[in-house]
Design a protein around this ligand. Structure first.
Ligand code: COA
Length: 204
């Protein structure tokens, strides 16, 4: 089994490899030094709205800033449905000491055929540059390669958002290239940098 040093405690998988649908329908709780990653709950709406309504947080992601808590509640309902259906989904990233949700991180897609997946994330602006995204991504990489039959985990970022690439690099993902005008973001075709980590990059 893939071993890791980035998760203090991993509940829900007992170190066993699971099918993607079993993993997503019962997303494990991941604890790190400062964070707990757990499935979203309805009561998270206020915390998540507080950062998902920030245009700066939404600037380089594919969703629009939430206009009201109703948008956030709809997002949470959508996520609960993904858990229910065992489809690629996200964690709420919470602070251990207070329980406050400061971000979300999760799977954009999962390919059984290629044993690959993509991760995405966003964090509250008030918490940027404290190492939280790096801490959370390390835990997610460790969990994903430990519990899923995964060979390749990708992430991509708008090249105008280098902080995100820095997070990927700090987590051992390798930059594979720049894809020109790959994505339409808020009406504009933008260049993205593609990063990935392979199982063989992590195992001795
Ligand atoms: C990108 C994002 C997730 C980073 O989260 P974070 O918690 O601040 O990340 P970390 O603190 O773990 O690491 C950020 C790193 O980027 C660096 N950084 C910050 N601004 C930077 C910039 N303009 N250029 C290069 N590096 C930068 C920080 O110094 C830090 O590196 P360090 O630890 O070596 O000092 C956060 O800014 C965010 O949520 N942005 C909005 C949503 C988003 O863009 N999501 C990513 C979509 S691909």
């Amino acid at each position: 089994m893939f071993r890791n040093r980035w998760i203090r405690f991993l509940s829900g998988t007992d170190g066993k490899e699971l099918s993607p649908s079993a993993y997503f329908s019962s997303l494990p709780v991941l604890e790190t030094n400062r964070l707990v990653l757990r499935p979203l709950k309805r009561k998270d709406a206020k915390d998540i709205f507080s950062f998902s309504s920030d245009p700066e947080v939404a600037r380089y992601v594919l969703w629009e800033p939430h206009r009201s808590v109703a948008d956030t509640k709809a997002y949470i309902r959508y996520m609960l449905d993904l858990y229910h259906r065992g489809l690629p989904c996200s964690w709420a990233v919470t602070l251990r000491y207070s329980g406050r949700v400061i971000g979300t991180m999760g799977f954009m897609w999962y390919s059984d055929a290629n044993s690959s997946a993509e991760i995405g994330y966003s964090f509250s602006r008030s918490e940027w540059n404290r190492g939280y995204a790096t801490e959370a991504l390390r835990a997610v990489i460790a969990s994903a390669f430990s519990a899923l039959p995964l060979n390749r985990l990708e992430a991509q970022h708008d090249i105008r958002n280098p902080a995100s690439g820095h997070v990927m690099e700090k987590c051992g993902m390798k930059k594979e290239g720049m894809l020109r005008q790959r994505i339409r973001n808020k009406g504009e075709l933008v260049d993205v940098a593609l990063y990935a980590v392979l199982r063989s990059d992590l195992e001795p």
